[in-house]
Design a protein around this ligand. Structure first.
Ligand SMILES: [Zn+2]
Length: 211
């Protein structure tokens, strides 16, 4: 299976999970984390069930992926989200160094890419390479129609209100263009990433010595 086929397969699973979330009275937010074409972790929002606004699908899946793999570093993983990760979820994406972010529906009010410059902020990793990974590759708009259909089926009135206010949309041309730019600047960032992993090792040694 090539990369494009893996992307399709993983996002289809994500759309399926979004429908499962809706059947559990959650909003249709879902997330899959994959490595080498295999699912490492998957989650749906648990905000309603747990009565906790921090229980976003991405945060749950990132925690699970770290537990399953026994490490904080998820740099060889891709995260798939039914909706663009919000700013809150985008920070741990940077901290775990997830290499790729793929989403279906854009979130121009809350998104960590289209609204807030968290996923594509080079300064984070340039200044604190020991804490933050280089900017991930971003692919916006994969299976938008399928993901949007789940939202429509979940609650047509609320979906129309969300769309009318521009809270969730199809990826804009500007957003798609920026994601392509991010991919090319990422390719130029190999030296910084190498230095980053060096700093990480040094920081690890210092922590061990201090302990
Ligand atoms: Zn979030």
């Amino acid at each position: 299976m090539n990369f494009a086929e893996i992307d399709q397969k993983m996002m289809r699973r994500c759309v399926e999970l979004a429908a499962i979330a809706a059947s559990q009275r959650e909003m249709p937010f879902s997330c899959v984390i994959c490595r080498d074409g295999e699912i490492v972790a998957e989650a749906v929002n648990r905000v309603v069930q747990d009565g906790d606004v921090t229980r976003h699908a991405e945060l749950l899946a990132i925690s699970e992926a770290q537990r399953v793999l026994g490490q904080k570093d998820l740099s060889d993983c891709t995260i798939y989200s039914s909706v663009e990760p919000c700013a809150m979820c985008s920070f741990p994406i940077r901290e775990t160094r997830i290499g790729r972010v793929v989403y279906a529906i854009s979130s121009p009010m809350m998104g960590g890419f289209s609204k807030w410059n968290v996923l594509s902020d080079n300064e984070l990793s340039n200044v604190m390479p020991e804490a933050f990974g280089g900017i991930p590759e971003v692919t916006a708009g994969l299976l938008y129609r399928e993901a949007a259909a789940v939202w429509r089926a979940w609650n047509l009135v609320i979906w129309l209100a969300i769309r009318f206010r521009g809270c969730l949309t199809e990826a804009s041309k500007e957003e798609t263009y920026r994601s392509v730019q991010v991919r090319s600047s990422r390719r130029q960032g190999w030296l910084r990433r190498m230095l980053g992993s060096h700093f990480q090792r040094v920081a690890g040694v210092l922590r061990r010595d201090a302990g």
